[in-house]
Design a protein around this ligand. Structure first.
Ligand SMILES: Cc1ncc(COP(=O)(O)O)c(C=O)c1O
Length: 380
């Protein structure tokens, strides 16, 4: 099956009991045993649930992995994956990454004896130089949030393979429609399904897809042991969203490209970050490994804090809100919102300035979106 068909037909066919074409919401905590030690495949919903399984199977197919696990949030997925490690292990992470991931590493996992080194993930020498005898994992964001840098996943996977390191790719921003990291040799893909996979700003969720059965089994064990799994209703919503992922992503990409081009020519814009622009430092690698450039556009505005505040207050169709990847266009200020948990000096080093604004381009009419930005910039 091709991607668009798989997005609709990977959940396991009609319900065997009723013929319902859509997987029902199995809103049950437990399952009755047929006899002592004999079940119909399910015993307790923390361990496994049929609605969750339908979602897990679908995401695994779309990412080209062996198996998937669905989690309550993207952070629950990440926290679970970090428990594959043990005290004293060292992780090499990208320095420009989602603020919540940075917080999980620095403010939570460090307390359990994990060590972290943050590097520029586009610098092979820097990655190799960071490897220590106790390094166990390399963590990347395939498109970084909020600077929209692109990681050469094949390069990272090949460095890791040579040293036997586990690779984890947060593939939230491209979604599997644009990029499938496992095909390049990555071991685990992580998602905030809150974003493009669900796509409708109405659920928080996470997922992990494993390249092989051994890893899948370890992730399933941790999900059950830690209780980080997703609820049946949330899984049902994400499954519903995934069916339109290809058509939504196509439009997100098209509209984001139009907005990036518009902003690049605007006199009140200092710099535009969009991997589909030829001016983007990773344009070539983005073109090589992805089927599109996603729906996020970041930019720096001329005029400092005053201009930033005025712009954020003047937009009408873009809503000032955290999150991304949904039908609604959103705008946010990383320094005070999604990346506020990063210390200011680290943000500065990475390049997340106070003048940076991040847009998630939704599915509204492109002319309405452009006009909204135009009028807000006029007042900025
Ligand atoms: C790239 C990325 N990864 C992970 C997360 C965390 O996901 P969640 O908010 O679903 O916990 C986010 C949230 O914004 C994100 O942008």
């Amino acid at each position: 099956m091709r991607f668009e068909t798989a997005a609709i037909h990977s959940e396991g066919g009609p319900c065997p009991a009723t013929g319902a074409i859509v997987t029902p919401i199995y809103q049950t905590s437990t399952f009755v045993f047929e006899d002592i030690g004999k079940t119909k495949g399910y015993d307790y919903s923390r361990t496994a649930n049929p609605t969750r399984k339908a979602l897990e199977d679908t995401i695994a197919v779309l990412e080209g992995g062996k198996a998937g696990s669905a989690f309550a949030t993207g952070m629950a997925a990440e926290a679970t994956v970090m428990h594959l490690l043990k005290q004293g292990d060292h992780v090499i992470s990208q320095e420009d990454l989602y603020g919540g991931t940075y917080r999980l590493f620095e403010n939570v996992m460090k307390n359990f004896g994990l060590e972290f080194t943050f590097v520029r993930m586009d610098d092979k020498d820097e990655i190799e130089a960071a490897i220590r005898p106790n390094t166990r994992m390399i963590w990347i964001e395939t498109i970084s949030n909020p600077l929209l840098n692109i990681v050469d996943v094949e390069m990272v996977a090949s460095i890791a393979k040579k040293r036997g390191l586990l690779t984890v790719a947060d593939n939230t921003l491209p979604s599997p429609y644009l990029l499938r990291p496992l095909e390049y040799g990555i071991d685990l893909v992580v998602h905030s399904t809150t974003k493009y996979l669900n796509g409708h700003c109405d659920v928080v969720g996470g997922a992990v897809v494993s390249a092989n059965e051994e890893l899948a089994e370890r992730v399933r064990f941790l999900s059950n042991a830690m209780g980080t799994c997703a609820s049946p209703f949330d899984c049902w919503l994400v499954l519903r969203g995934i069916k339109t992922l290809p058509i939504r992503m196509t439009q997100h990409c098209q509209s984001a490209a139009a907005i990036a081009n518009f902003l690049e020519k605007h006199p009140k814009i200092k710099r535009v970050f969009y991997p589909g622009l030829k001016s983007h430092p990773h344009y070539k690698i983005a073109k090589k490994q992805m089927n599109g450039y996603s729906g996020m556009v970041s930019f720096e505005i001329v005029g400092g804090t005053k201009a930033v505040k005025s712009f954020l207050r003047k937009v009408k169709i873009f809503s000032l809100a955290e999150s991304l990847g949904g039908v609604d266009s959103l705008v946010e200020h990383p320094a005070t919102m999604s990346h506020a948990s990063m210390p200011e000096d680290f943000r500065k080093k990475v390049g997340i300035t106070g003048d940076l604004i991040r847009l998630s381009i939704g599915l509204e009419n492109i002319d309405d979106l452009r006009e909204d930005l135009e009028q807000a910039l006029e007042h900025a």
